[in-house]
Write a protein that binds this ligand. Sequence first.
Ligand code: ADP
Length: 448
Amino acid sequence: MALFTVDRRLAPCVGAALAGFAATWVWEDPLNVVVAASAGALAAALVFLRSPQETALQSVDTLEETEDDEALETAPALAPGQGRAMLERLPMGVILIDRGSSILFANDKAAETFGIQTLVDQPSTALRSPRLIEAIDLGVSEELASSVQFTLPRAQDVHLRAHIRPLESAADSERGKREAAALVVIEDVSQAILTMALHRDFVANASHELKTPLSSITGIIQTLLGHARDDPEASERFLNLMSAQTDRMMRLVEDLLSLNRIELNERNAPREPQPVLRIVFEMADALREIAEQDRVTLEVFEASTHPFVLGNREELAQVFRNLIDNAIKYGGPGNPVTIALAPDTPERPEMIGISITDRGPGIPREHIPRLTERFYRVSVSRSREKGGTGLGLAIVKHVLNRHRGDLEIVSTLDEGSTFTVWLPIAEQSRRTADDGANADPDADANAA
Ligand code: ADP
């Protein structure tokens, strides 16, 4: 099978083009260094294929293949061997185009990207994107290097960037033989585009959230300076309104800063052992007064052991504060909120589950997967009326990610919602529990 019909003498050209591409790419974004290193290694391999040792590099299979008369006729440029294997496995699409704008070579990733079994020997129009095809044509006919971005429509659109680099004709190329005229390297930029869109939305949302209380403060100041100036009763009312709006802005800024801090540290799992249930009880106690204002009773379980998790105390406290606070806020006045240990499950071995259940109106199913997105609310007006920022559950999710934990949400309309926090139990606690002893070192001291 003549998969490669490119002349081997082109190997240094392709190698040089890949090396140049890798250098530009890293310059554009240092994060690209890993893939660029692969491209660099590939470039070296391609150049190496030209060296006198090239025959030694080929596998026995390859030698057998080249002994075949027909294979010799169409002697591949990128000889089977390490160079070709690397090119085929590169995690980015690589395509070689000949002088007649047909595809000479496409690696696995390129074929997968365009959803075609084999792109080889097809015209470049098989690549489907008019922008890409036009750029390839210019690369071949005008020797024009370019980069183009295009989208392949799918259930979830795939955004791609292609770099087209013309290849010089080899000085000793044979007449009438197919020759590579352009190298096309394709990278998937869908994730980067999605991140940019999320960032844009986030800035727009945060600005909007800050602008609303600011506008209302501006209005109040004008009223105080105008007709309410000599009315002490109205002045007091407006000053109270102003205070509520500044509190709201303060909460928002604090939540934004927390989120930012947690995200910066998200990859570093904290290593301090923390008595997680004690933290839960402390948070329940701290919120009891607020609960009572809404006639909400907090029903808290009693712990017989105190397992430890590796964590950051302040962040874990924030998780339980946010969840208990939400249960009080949305559970409805007069309805109890229950804090309990979740039963062990084989799906989450060696984890502790702490659940917070309210008897509120519940959350419609379609909203549940999005609740931990920043600023996502089932009802914006209800959240604002309750003093919410729309960031509480996003903070919970990021803290749990950092702690290698998880949040499970189960809700039934007209019955209520249960938010369960799952955290890995620290190894030391597990060992102590296996010995049948209390995992909390304080427990001995308390008993003594
Ligand atoms: P907020 O500051 O608005 O409470 P959160 O991020 O804490 O923001 O929660 C996001 C949204 O999830 C809330 O606006 C609310 O619509 C919904 N939600 C959270 N907890 C509950 C709950 N216990 N019961 C019903 N809805 C809830």
